[in-house]
Ligand binder design. Structure first.
Ligand SMILES: Cc1ncc(C[n+]2csc(CCOP(=O)(O)OP(=O)(O)O)c2C)c(N)n1
Length: 616
């Protein structure tokens, strides 16, 4: 039995609780699925998250386990999710929250205090970084947060480790009285590999721990806890010295590679003969083990994605190491990137570089879906020559051609306060508008709306209500009236909420009525004060959508004016065939969902419904 499995056993009483664990067959699992499985096996009771790529599937998979085993929820944002998990920990049960890297920015205020408090029931945060920025607004490295919060950071490499490390994180959390971060990356979260699963351990809830000096962070208590934190760091460090999380794979003494996470697999592929110290933890580091490893090799190279977190710690320890002089500090690693680094270090012969064929594929801009209800707002805002603070969601795509109607986009919930600042600065001559999706509004849009009213800003807020969190795959939220398990629950009444905030100008209309969207926005932007226009229409990918009759172009009436093309609808393109010597517009009937927007914006009656009636 591995040391890791051994370590898990006495703490979670695996054998005692489940008898002799049944041997499960190996199963291919995505990293996120394995993390969920590890949490379930560890006996998690409270799990809360806000969706965000690449972390979303963790909570979606946890919700597949019986409700009798655990409470799993979509929370309104990551701070709320962490606070719910903290509540579970206070109540003495094993708790988890998961989020994407930027989610930890939102949750960090609670983490920075909770790390002082520690835990009663285990508290595990799974944070998924996005090197290469596949689907995020930045590329930050969560390991630095771990150091700041003095919270241990475990770093699995594959799905099996994702399961094992997550399970272990619950034990370590309780053993060392600390929240524990399990850090994943897109590559791990979304890659499948074979996993051996185990049984669930039912861990009995401990009940609330009456210990105000630990649970209530006032200055007098916090000073004592800060001291305890440093002692905890020392104990964790001692523990990691002899943990299976640190694996020494002996090889040539010419060079020793210190690596972790998915970078480990690239190192093994391109440089199998090297001595490797694989770290399953990036904070706190087992300094003695590292010292021993470093003294066994002539040259030390750290291979880590993103920031030089390990490299800098090694330098502080006084080691002569190379790292970011060979490998990039931004972007995602691959075998090629890692091989290039070793070639630059003179450790691998240069590989023949192939001449790249100079054929650029045609640029295809990212587009909103055919019939996306967000389209009309941006068509109208452009026509009104507005200064638009955008937010984060599918609608951020309106920043690029052809809609090109968003001027700023910072972070979730920023649009309204950004617009407030722009308006209050007094330099803007155009109407100042914030656009924000329904999920984002509930996540972080309400305090800035209260602020805008409170400070008397002259702005228009467009609430793009498509009844779903579309960007991350269509999750429910408090505005949909359904929870994570699909059960009916209270549905937010946006108009009542916004009225209670003190907004005097509120209007709700159908996003698909182009004329009404334009007229209403014009009215809203002329209003002095905060005006909120709710644009209401379900996302076209919403499972309950109605697909109307598709539209078609009558070639004989098409003047080639391109008004319909300004929608950026992917169902609309130029026809290949010539009609009376000219290319005309055509509509892909299979992609068209019958929203009628192209017919509404057309300058002639050239676009009409297909006579066949309802599609499919
Ligand atoms: C702090 C943070 N958490 C999560 C995300 C991931 N994310 C990006 S947009 C978005 C919500 C989008 O939903 P909504 O505002 O309703 O717009 P839609 O995509 O439906 O148009 C989420 C969860 C993020 N970028 N930042």
């Amino acid at each position: 039995m591995s040391q890791l499995a051994e370590l898990n056993k006495p703490l979670s009483q695996t054998a005692k609780a489940s008898g002799q664990a049944k041997q499960q067959p190996l199963r291919p699992m995505m990293g996120n699925e394995a993390i969920a499985r590890g949490a379930w096996e560890a006996g998690v009771k409270v799990a809360a998250a806000y969706p965000g790529t690449p972390s979303t599937e963790i909570m979606e998979n946890l919700a597949k386990y019986p409700a009798a085993d655990l409470h799993a929820e979509w929370s309104t944002n990551e701070k709320v999710a962490l606070d719910v998990a903290i509540g579970g920990s206070f109540a003495g049960v094993r708790s988890l929250t998961s989020m994407k890297h930027v989610g930890l920015n939102v949750a960090s205020d609670s983490l920075m205090s909770q790390t002082y408090i520690g835990v009663n029931g285990a508290l595990v945060l799974v944070v998924c970084d996005d090197p290469g920025i596949h689907s995020s607004q930045n590329e930050q490295d969560t390991r630095i947060f771990g150091q700041l919060a003095m919270t241990p950071v475990l770093e699995p490499t594959d799905a099996q480790e994702a399961l094992d490390f997550t399970k272990l994180a619950f034990d370590l959390s309780e053993q060392f009285d600390t929240p524990v971060i399990v850090r994943s990356t897109t590559r791990l979260s979304h890659t499948r590999s074979l996993v051996k699963t185990g049984e669930r351990v039912e861990v009995r809830g401990k009940g609330f721990l009456e210990e105000p000096k630990k649970n209530v962070m006032i200055p007098g208590h916090a000073r004592l806890r800060h001291r305890a934190l440093m002692e905890r760091e020392r104990l964790l460090q001692e523990y990691f010295e002899n943990s299976d999380l640190i694996r020494w794979e002996p090889g040539s003494d010419e060079v020793g590679i210190i690596t972790l996470s998915t970078a480990y697999t690239y190192v093994k592929e391109v440089f199998p003969e090297a001595s490797v110290l694989k770290l399953g933890v990036s904070y706190p580091l087992p300094e003695a083990k590292i010292r021993e490893f470093c003294s066994s090799v002539k040259r030390i190279i750290v291979v880590e994605e993103l920031e030089p977190v390990i490299e800098n710690q090694l330098k502080v320890m006084g080691h002569r190491v190379e790292g970011k002089s060979l490998f990039p500090r931004e972007g995602e690693f691959s075998t090629e990137v890692v091989r290039d680094g070793f070639e630059a270090a003179g450790l691998l012969p240069p590989t023949p570089k192939f001449e790249l064929i100079d054929i650029e594929p045609m640029a295809r801009p990212p587009l909103l879906c055919a019939g996306c209800p967000h389209t009309t707002a941006y068509m109208a805002l452009r026509a009104l020559n507005s200064r638009v603070s955008g937010d984060i969601g599918c609608y951020t795509l309106a920043a690029v051609e052809p809609l090109k109607a968003i001027d700023t986009s910072v972070a979730m919930g920023s649009s309204i306060a950004n617009a407030t600042g722009i308006a209050l600065a007094g330099t803007e001559t155009r109407p100042v508008v914030a656009t924000i999706g329904d999920s984002t509004f509930l996540h972080a849009g309400i305090p800035p709306l209260i602020n805008a009213v409170y400070n008397n800003a002259n702005i228009t807020v467009v609430l793009l209500d498509n009844h779903i969190t579309a960007m991350t795959g269509g999750q429910d939220h408090p505005g949909t009236g359904r929870n994570l398990r699909g059960q009916e629950t209270h549905k937010i009444d946006y108009e009542a909420l916004i009225k209670a905030i003190g907004v005097q100008w509120i209007k709700k209309i159908d996003s698909y009525n182009m004329g009404s969207v334009y007229q209403s926005l014009r009215e809203a932007t002329l209003y002095k004060g905060v005006a909120v226009l709710i644009l209401d229409r379900p996302c076209v990918l919403d499972p309950v959508k109605l697909k109307g009759p598709a539209f078609q172009v009558k070639a004989e009436s098409c003047t080639g004016c391109q008004a319909c093309m300004n929608l950026g609808c992917p169902a609309i393109s130029w026809s290949d065939e010539l009609y009376e010597g000219h290319h005309k517009v055509k509509i892909d009937e299979a992609a068209c969902i019958g929203c009628s927007l192209c017919a509404q914006v057309g300058s002639t009656n050239c676009i009409q419904p297909v006579d066949a009636g309802l599609l499919q």
